[in-house]
Design a protein around this ligand. Structure first.
Ligand code: NAP
Length: 485
C-alpha cells in the first residue's frame, strides 16, 4: 500500500485549499532521495483565485495605518523566532542543508526581514520640492496593488520573506510562488501569518512548477509588480513575459563570483573566509565565490592550506548536528554538478580535492544527493567551467601576477553579482572595489548583511535592487503632486 504523505496545499484568502486540478507532485527529501510529502501542482486557475483574493484584500490593507501593518509584521517575526526549531528542521529536510545552517542563518534572517520592514515603514519620509516661486511639489509613494513574488530553492524562506515583507509592509497584497522543490517553509509561514492576524488575502501562496504557476503569475494582467529571484535563463523568460504588459520588474539572477586574495591579505582570515564562501550551503548560494584568484607569491601556500581546511568539512546527514556539508537539492542539480566536474577535466583542469560522489553517508541517506567540496586548479580563465554558473560545491583556483590582471579576470564573465577582495592595503581595497563590476564587493569578509544597503547584480546577474530603501521604493509608485503657489 502506498504511504499517505502530508499535503502542502495552497494558501488563498486565508485558507489552505486544494489545487483546482486536484493534482500533487512528490516533494523529495534530498538527503534520502525519497518523497516525504506532496506539494500542490497548481495552474492558472489557482493563480486566478489568488488574484481575486489579493484584489479584494487590497482596499483595506493598503489603507490600514502603517503602525497597524507594522504590528502584524512584528508578530510574524516573533512567531518565526518562536518556531525557530520547527522551521529550521523543515528547511533542512526540504533543502538538504545542514540543520545548523538553517538554524543560524536562514530562519533568523527570515525573521529579521519582517522585523526590518515592519519598522522601516514607520520611518519613511516624503520628498518635497519648491519650484522657485511658482509651485510646491510633494511625492506620494503609494502601494502598487498585487505583487507577484517568485523565489528559488536555495534559501527558500529567507529569500521569499525578503520579498513578502517589503511588499506587504508598504500596503500591497501578494501572491508568492516558492520553488516546487522546497515548498515546506513557505507553507509553515502561511500558518504563522494566519496566527499573527494577517488579514485574509494579503498573502497568498500558490505552489507548483515554474512553467505552470510562475508563468501564470508573470502573465497575469492584474499582477503589476514582479519580484523574481532565480537563474538567468528563467529571468530572461520572466522579463519577456512582463515587458509587453509594462510590469515593474526586479530580477535577482545568477552569479559566477570572483574571490580575490592578494599576497598582503591576512591569510588565516582569507582561507577561513574563502572556504566558507566556496562551500556554504554546498556552494548553493548565489553569492558563493566560485572563482578564486590568488596572487602568485602565495598561491601554493594558499592552495595547500585551503584544501586542508576544506577537506575537514564534515559531510553528513543534514539532520546531524555535526554536519557542515549536507545534500545537493535535487538529482538534476547533482547531475549538473557532476557534468561540470567532468567538463573541467576535459578543459585541462586538475581535481585537487573531491570530484566524485562519496560513499553512502549512512543507511537513511544511502540514496541521497551528496557531493563533496571540490577544488579544480590549472584551468584557463576563459574556459566554460570558469564562466558558467555551476551552483554547487565546486570552485576553481587560479594564480595572478598583478592587480590589473586580476581585475580583468574578475570582470571576464557575463555575470556581476558579488565579489570578495582580501587585502590589508586599504588603498588597494578601494581601488579594486571601484573597478569590479559586481553589485556587492566584500572586503575581508563575505555574506555580511546590512538590510539598509542596496542588494542586486550587474550585467546578467539582474536588474534592480532589493534591500532597505530600494525595496520600499520598488514596491511603491511615486506620484508627484504639484500645487501652484
Ligand atoms: P530557477 O530555475 O530560475 O527558478 C526560480 C524560480 O522561478 C522557481 O520558483 C521556479 O519554479 C520559477 N520558474 C521557473 N520557470 C519559470 C517561468 N517560466 N516563469 C516564472 N517562474 C518560473 O532557479 P533555481 O534553480 O530555483 O535557483 C537557482 C538560481 O537562482 C541560481 O542561478 C542562483 O544564482 C539564483 N539565485 C540568485 C539570487 C540573487 O539574489 N541574485 C539568490 C538566490 C539564487 P520551479 O522551481 O518550481 O520550477
Amino acid at each position: 500500500m502506498q504511504k499517505e504523505f502530508p499535503r502542502i496545499k495552497n494558501f488563498i484568502d486565508g485558507e489552505f485549499v486544494e489545487p483546482v486540478g486536484g493534482k500533487y507532485l512528490d516533494n523529495i527529501e534530498p538527503a534520502t532521495g525519497k518523497p516525504y510529502s506532496k506539494v500542490a501542482d497548481s495552474g492558472k486557475e489557482d493563480v486566478d483565485l489568488a488574484v481575486a483574493a489579493a484584489e479584494a484584500a487590497f482596499a483595506d490593507w493598503s489603507k490600514m495605518p502603517a503602525a497597524e501593518r507594522s504590528k502584524i509584521l512584528l508578530r510574524i517575526a516573533d512567531l518565526i523566532e518562536r518556531d525557530l526549531e520547527k522551521l529550521s528542521r523543515a528547511e533542512s529536510i526540504d533543502t538538504g542543508k545542514p540543520l545548523s545552517l538553517a538554524r543560524s542563518l536562514d530562519i533568523p534572517r527570515a525573521s529579521s526581514n519582517f522585523r526590518f520592514f515592519a519598522t522601516a515603514i514607520l520611518h519613511t519620509e516624503n520628498e518635497a520640492h519648491v519650484t522657485d516661486g511658482v509651485a510646491f511639489n510633494y511625492t506620494l509613494r503609494q502601494p502598487r496593488g498585487i505583487a507577484g513574488l517568485i523565489s528559488p530553492w536555495n534559501l527558500p524562506l529567507y529569500l521569499l520573506s525578503w520579498k513578502i515583507a517589503p511588499a506587504i509592509a508598504v500596503g500591497n497584497t501578494a501572491i508568492a510562488k516558492p520553488s516546487e522543490l522546497t515548498p515546506m517553509t513557505a507553507y509553515l509561514l502561511c500558518e504563522i501569518c494566519a496566527e499573527a492576524g494577517l488579514p485574509n488575502g494579503v498573502l497568498n501562496v500558490v505552489h507548483g512548477t515554474g512553467p505552470n504557476v510562475g508563468a501564470a503569475v508573470t502573465a497575469h494582467p492584474k499582477i503589476g509588480t514582479i519580484s523574481f529571484t532565480g537563474g538567468t535563463v528563467t529571468g530572461r523568460k520572466v522579463a519577456e513575459a512582463c515587458a509587453p504588459l509594462f510590469k515593474k520588474v526586479s530580477l535577482e539572477l545568477g552569479g559566477k563570483n570572483p574571490n580575490i586574495i592578494f599576497a598582503d591579505a591576512d591569510l588565516d582570515a582569507a582561507i577561513a573566509g574563502s572556504v566558507r564562501s566556496s562551500f556554504a550551503n554546498q556552494g548553493q548560494v548565489c553569492l558563493c565565490g566560485s572563482r578564486v584568484f590568488v596572487e602568485r607569491s602565495v598561491y601554493k601556500t594558499f592552495v595547500d592550506r585551503f584544501i586542508d581546511k576544506a577537506s575537514e568539512l564534515k559531510l553528513g546527514d543534514p539532520l546531524d548536528e555535526k554536519t557542515e556539508q549536507g545534500a545537493i537539492v535535487s538529482k538534476a542539480q547533482l547531475d549538473k554538478v557532476k557534468f561540470y566536474v567532468d567538463l573541467a577535466k576535459k578543459e585541462g583542469g586538475v581535481t585537487a580535492l573531491g570530484g566524485k560522489a562519496p560513499d553512502p553517508i549512512n543507511e537513511r541517506c544511502c540514496d541521497g544527493y551528496f557531493f563533496p567540496p571540490t577544488v579544480i586548479t590549472d584551468l584557463p580563465v576563459s574556459c566554460r567551467t570558469n564562466r558558467e554558473e555551476i551552483f554547487g560545491p565546486v570552485v576553481t583556483i587560479t594564480p595572478f601576477d598583478n592587480e590589473e590582471e586580476v581585475i580583468g579576470y574578475a570582470n571576464d564573465t557575463d555575470y556581476g553579482l558579488a565579489s570578495s577582495v582580501w587585502t590589508q592595503n586599504l588603498n588597494r581595497a578601494h581601488r579594486v572595489a571601484e573597478r569590479i563590476s559586481t553589485g556587492t564587493v566584500w572586503v575581508n569578509c563575505w555574506l555580511v548583511r546590512d538590510l539598509r544597503v542596496p542588494f542586486g547584480g550587474m550585467k546578467a546577474s539582474g536588474v534592480g535592487r532589493e534591500g532597505g530603501e530600494e525595496a520600499l521604493r520598488f514596491f511603491t509608485e511615486p506620484k508627484n503632486v504639484c500645487i501652484a503657489k
